[in-house]
Design a protein around this ligand. Structure first.
Ligand SMILES: *[C@@H]1O[C@H](CO)[C@@H](O)[C@H](O)[C@H]1NC(C)=O
Length: 251
């Protein structure tokens, strides 16, 4: 009798303590009630509060820094309409992503989707490239350094979520993402074209900067593929340790 009483007290205390030690939500993550009335604003606020962490990166979750962001290699998705050939970017440093503004965000936990529009006022790229393509009527061939700026980039993203159960606890997982990217303007400079032929290099850079609609169309699948995987990766790393009921407590 006595033992069982003590046991209950112990259990009671254990539960109180454990209630706190159980919560594995890092303090920089603001949770949001599962309430359609408030969830959009709340998630927007949480992302805003997370901005400085995102900018620096979250090493304990293996989330890389957003600003600058480093892309080790990027190539176009296969099967797109570029006539053959190759275009690869390497060791690209992207600055300015931390200056994003969230234009809108809609979280729908019935349909399990998140729809967001994010604006980047300016993204600055520096890195290496290698190309052997046909752009309009111009062959472009070479490898070297690339410097570019993209002005007013809008990213529309649609993320799909599912819940997964791990050891009896429900978690969310972002399963896939569609992105649509539009860019108002850009500047680009490639160095090292045509084995250092400066005349051809200049003519090519001029063509790349004067045929904006065509280049943006060609670059769009690169950018969309790259951004999609960056968002999906970060979203999953940030949320995959937090039980669904804690991340989005029932209203
Ligand atoms: C991002 O914003 C900061 C502060 O306004 C500014 O200094 C920086 O140049 C911006 N980054 C880019 C790439 O425009």
């Amino acid at each position: 009798m006595l033992t069982s009483n003590r046991f209950s007290v112990f259990l009671f205390l254990f539960c109180i303590v454990c209630d706190q030690c159980y919560s594995i939500i890092p303090d920089y993550i603001q949770v949001c009630k599962r309430d359609p009335e408030t969830i959009n604003e709340c998630v927007r606020d949480s992302i805003e509060q997370l901005r400085s962490k995102l900018v620096k990166g979250i090493p304990e979750l293996n989330v890389p820094s957003l600003d600058p962001f480093y892309i080790s290699e990027i190539s176009p998705p296969l099967g797109k309409n570029m006539r053959a050939l190759q275009a690869v970017g390497k060791d690209i440093k992207v600055s300015g992503a931390g200056n994003f503004t969230i234009k809108s965000i809609f979280v729908d936990l019935e349909k399990m989707t998140v729809r967001a529009r994010v604006r980047f006022p300016r993204l600055h790229f520096e890195g290496k490239y290698k190309v052997d393509i046909q752009f309009l009527v111009l062959p472009i061939r070479g490898e070297g350094t690339l410097v570019a700026d993209a002005i007013k980039c809008n990213v529309d993203a649609l993320l799909r979520i599912k819940t997964v159960e791990k050891e009896g606890v429900e978690y969310i997982e972002f399963t896939d993402i569609d992105t649509d990217i539009t860019i108002k303007d850009y500047r680009i400079k490639l160095q090292g074209l045509f084995n250092g032929d400066k005349t051809l290099e200049e003519a090519t850079n001029l063509a790349l900067n004067e045929n904006k609609a065509e280049l943006m169309k060609a670059a769009k699948p690169f950018a969309e593929k790259g951004v999609a995987s960056i968002i999906l990766d970060a979203a999953n790393k940030i949320t995959n340790m937090i039980p669904y009921d804690e991340l989005f407590p029932k209203a």
